[in-house]
Design a binder for this molecule. Structure first.
Ligand code: P6P
Length: 350
């Protein structure tokens, strides 16, 4: 990668003619501006249900410091992780809202071991995958956390849903998005075709307003995001890439700066807007940490829709066929050039 010495790293900027900045997310969806080709009332209604869950969860997250939602429930989830009250609250909110309108046949959640049927009505056409509250270990220290979601279409012919309906490549997603509970609450969503758009929540009126229209990731960035505390477990190829990205090579735009929050939604969002690379590689055993269905796939769908890349380091994430609901994969998200560089090290070409 060669860059001129006066290279600027242009992060995302709002479009010149902000004609639609400021309209509500509901309007954006209702007027089909997400670009979904066969926008049906059911799909629009399902997206608005996801918006409602974001509003309900954000109201809880913003009060997380209060005793009644802070702290642990003493239970552990299917991943063996201690469940914080907010994890449960977010999961129950999603189950309750998505189960109400009959558009969603079933849901797979990080917080649930098995698929949860939400409607057996044959007219329930959609499946939802969610990480209700990702980064929950950061709740008690007030660091940004997030909700991640994806929407799949259920086969029309069959009534009800089975776990195997979810074991499809991420390229089949109809929509994906996340809610980042940070300095403000931001909902980013795409249907793949109509671009990636961000909506900022105004709690004084209870609405999400368009604030980031048509997010496009820069061709390359200036930061890398990886937990270097795990470097002893990385394969040699990742260690070589990690040393390379920190080399003093100004004409090539290196060293990159290190940025790592330890909350996927926060680290991925920064990478999406500013460019660069986020990596949670496999350890030497080949085991990744992040879950394919409701962490890797939704972000891979979003990054590709914004002109970025999403890889396991070896292959395109969206082409993977899941073998189980909670399968873990290595995940590399970022600017095209930065992900290409990482993959060249993984292939031993550098
Ligand atoms: P580590 C949070 O627990 C999470 O699932 C993701 O949000 C985050 O990217 C990752 O784990 C952080 O893991 O091993 O760096 O603490």
């Amino acid at each position: 990668m060669s860059l001129s010495s006066d290279h600027q790293h242009p992060s995302w900027r709002p479009p010149e003619s902000p004609s639609r900045i400021g309209i509500t997310l509901e309007t954006y969806i209702l007027e089909g501006m997400l670009g979904f080709p066969a926008a049906t009332g059911a799909f629009t209604s399902l997206l608005n249900q996801l918006v409602l869950t974001a509003k309900l969860v954000t109201s809880k997250v913003r009060r997380a410091g209060l005793a009644n939602v802070l702290g642990y429930t003493g239970q552990t989830n299917v991943q063996g992780e201690s469940v914080q009250k907010l994890d449960e609250v977010a999961n129950e909110t999603l189950l309750s809202v998505l189960g109400r309108q009959g558009h969603c046949a079933a849901m797979v959640s990080e917080e649930l071991g098995d698929m949860r049927v939400l409607s057996s009505d044959p007219r329930a056409k959609y499946l939802v995958v969610v990480d209700p509250l990702d980064g929950s270990s950061n709740i008690d220290v007030n660091i940004s956390i997030g909700t991640i979601f994806g929407v799949l279409r259920k086969e029309e012919s069959k009534a009800g849903a089975e776990p195997s309906d979810f074991l499809r490549p991420g390229r089949d997603l109809l929509a994906a998005g996340y809610v980042l509970y940070g300095s403000s609450t931001l909902l980013v969503i795409t249907t793949g075709l109509g671009g990636v758009h961000g909506f900022t929540y105004d709690p004084t009126v209870g609405e999400f307003f368009l604030s980031h229209e048509d997010i496009r990731i820069p061709e390359h960035g200036a930061t890398y995001s990886i937990n270097e505390g795990h470097s002893a477990r990385w394969p040699e190829s990742v260690r070589r890439w990690n040393a390379w990205i920190k080399e003093d090579a100004k004409p090539e735009g290196r060293p990159y700066g290190a940025r790592y929050v330890g909350s996927l939604v926060a680290d991925a969002h920064r990478t999406l807007l500013k460019g660069g690379i986020f990596a949670y590689p496999a350890d030497r055993s080949g085991q990744g940490k992040l879950r394919l269905l409701y962490e890797a796939n939704p972000f891979a769908f979003i990054f590709e829709a914004a002109g970025g890349k999403a890889s396991t380091g070896i292959e395109r994430v969206l082409d993977l066929t899941p073998r189980s609901l909670h399968e873990r994969v290595p995940l590399v998200l970022g600017s095209p050039r930065d992900v290409d560089d990482f993959e060249q090290f993984m292939r031993g070409e550098r």
